[in-house]
Design a protein around this ligand. Structure first.
Ligand code: FMN
Length: 222
């Protein structure tokens, strides 16, 4: 059975009372297309969104992500063109490209932090760092790490926007190479998701059905 809006609203899931607001937020988050084109996202809120995004989990806490925010009108026009004319990006007023690292460039600093915090002794820290760095050797592995880690940060960003009453939409409908070039991404960084975010312009259409748990949950083996 598919999960519809009404089921989500009515579902009383056991043990969801520790952080009910968090559960409510993830149940009601939407990819909105209705923005208030006359209102703007202030700097403080933009920084708060990024701070929340950066609380996402990441492999060994490498935090292999960056965010490029575009708010200038002329530059947003270019972003809309690169997003194949998706006008809601302009109406949102802010487009944030979530960028992933394909190289473990934060490894030295982060493994020092593990050791300084007493979570690893020096020898273990060095060993784990070497293993982690080795895990990035192939191009495919580097991209996989980039996409996995930065996608989690993107989801945090979406939930943070929703919690602040903003509308946010994750997007991959854009020219990846063109966007990377336009925003000046270095070679070892990949565009992961573009997030259009801004003040809400009102209600969104009902959520489309979700596939049911009986269809997507496999127990013990696929
Ligand atoms: C990887 C990915 C790519 C997406 N690309 C676009 C996009 O280019 N444009 C857009 O308007 N929405 C895009 N979406 C939003 C989806 O259409 C939306 O998440 C889906 O329909 C479910 O709706 P909901 O997020 O409101 O629950 C994308 C979502 C994801 C996760």
């Amino acid at each position: 059975m598919a999960i519809g809006d009404s089921d989500v609203a009515e579902a009383e899931v056991a043990h969801d009372d520790e952080f009910p607001a968090a559960v409510e937020a993830l149940r009601t988050r939407r990819s909105g297309h209705n923005f208030d084109a006359d209102a703007e996202l202030d700097d403080e809120t933009l920084e708060a969104l990024i701070r929340d995004a950066a609380l996402a989990p990441s492999s060994y806490n490498l935090q292999p992500w960056e965010f490029v925010a575009v708010q200038d009108d002329d530059r947003l026009d270019e972003v809309v063109d690169l997003a194949y004319g998706q006008e809601h990006v302009r109406e949102a007023g802010t487009a944030i490209l979530v960028v992933g690292h394909t190289e473990p460039e934060t490894a030295d600093r982060v493994f020092d932090e593990w050791v300084e915090a007493g979570r690893f002794d020096e020898e273990t820290g060095e060993q784990v760092k070497e293993q982690t760095v080795a895990g990035y050797q192939s191009e495919q592995a580097g991209r996989d790490y980039a996409i996995r880690n930065a996608s989690l940060a993107a989801q945090n960003l979406l939930l943070s926007a929703h919690a602040r009453g903003l509308t946010a939409t994750p997007m991959t409908g854009f020219d990846f190479e063109g966007m990377a070039e336009f925003l000046g991404l270095p070679e070892d960084k990949v565009p992961v998701l573009l997030v259009a975010v801004g003040p809400s312009g009102g209600a969104e259409p009902d959520r489309l059905p979700r596939r049911g748990v009986d269809e997507i949950l496999h127990r013990e083996t696929y």
